[in-house]
Ligand binder design. Sequence first.
Ligand code: ARG
Length: 467
Amino acid sequence: MKMWSGRFRQPLDPEFERWQRSFDFDRRLLAYELEASSAYARALKEAGVLSSAELIEILDGLEKIGARAKDDPAFLDDQEAEDIHHFVEKQLVALIGNTGLKLHSGRSRNEQIATDLRLYARASIEQLRKQIADLLEVFVDRAEQAGNAAMPAYTHLQRAEPVLVAHWLLVYFEMLLRDAGRLQDCAHRLNVCPLGCGAVAGTTLPLDRALLAKILGFDTPAANSMDVTSDRDFALEFVNDLSLLALHLSRWAEEMILFSTQEYGFVRLPEAYSTGSSAMPQKKNADLLELTRAKAARVLANAVALQTTVKGLPLAYNKDLQETQEPLFQSVEIMLSLLPMASGWMRSMEFDFETMQKGAQHGFMNSFAAATYLVCKGVPFRTAHEQIGKAVQLCLEQGCELENLPLEQLRKLNSSFDQDFYSSLKLSAVLAIHDVPGGTEPGRVRQAIAVAKQKIELLREVSHARA
Ligand code: ARG
């Protein structure tokens, strides 16, 4: 039986009828639909619409539907169900008879889908935050293991200055921590309860909306019935947050791909997460990283799809909103499968510290430190910059590094050069002068690792508190 056939004289075109359904994808919402329906039944009982016996029958029926779906996946192969709401009502009536038809009293699918999607988003965010915490931990572990190993940092993809490998790894920690924070904000903002808002104007029964919100763990009932039944901001915000997360993983993947090439040779691809070539026997390819880049494209596209779907919608509910579900589900599923992959990859890859260290010591990466040496001798930075630039020019002509220039040559450029210049050019000295919060001086990086560990703890505690 349909949920709305009374005013119709003709049956639907069968093709259209199949085409407009959402059950194929909104079946994912079953657990939330059952949870929300149980809460709703309790509110109906409080309002005197259901007797205690009817409430028990309904709660029992809903529980049975959940259990059956767990035991028998074929149970969900329902060719008639229009959507998850219709499916549950149908099954409930099949189980308990006409009392099942009372559950929809004063209720609309518009508020139901708004509720289910919020519950889904809230639970997904919890899962994602745990996975992000796991990945953060891997980055911090690897940073800690890297000790004082150094590597070149690049700007414009040209060698710039040496940094600790740990300092570089913590960049990804910062990015992903911001992502976790954004998801936390999103979970907070979405946590209002649509139930009791009906189709558009509010339910027609004296329901206790505060009770509904409380049962479902929402902070408060939504303030405006028209708003909440037409609002998908939370889905847009969520998928936008996910697209930033995906984008960060894509940058990570790209950098790892570059660093694993023979041209760089900083990173060895883990065999467990790489594939070979059917043609070239020597190949080991970075498939996981490449797929990460491409999956990010799909999440970004979904964010755009959601924005475009909602952009021209008049208030309040429109069926267009049904199309907001799949981009949301797909983005969540992509990220839930991707994050553990990234953790596994990061845990098993290997660094070639020797090559990295070599890279950190060649190509005039101590030039900034050399200019700083002159600044400490009282030379204006602009002048020092010019003179070190000239020294680099000399090195290029002679095919050597700054530390190979004899003092006489240096003194022709500036009489302040002295023997201690050479020790200021050593890798350890170059790292040591970046001694500011956020800088790559080894002590600062060790502190940053300690702070990062505390932040992961905090993140796990918040997850725990909400679970
Ligand atoms: N399947 C629908 C959706 O996802 C549920 C709401 C249907 N409401 C309606 N008025 N037809 O949006």
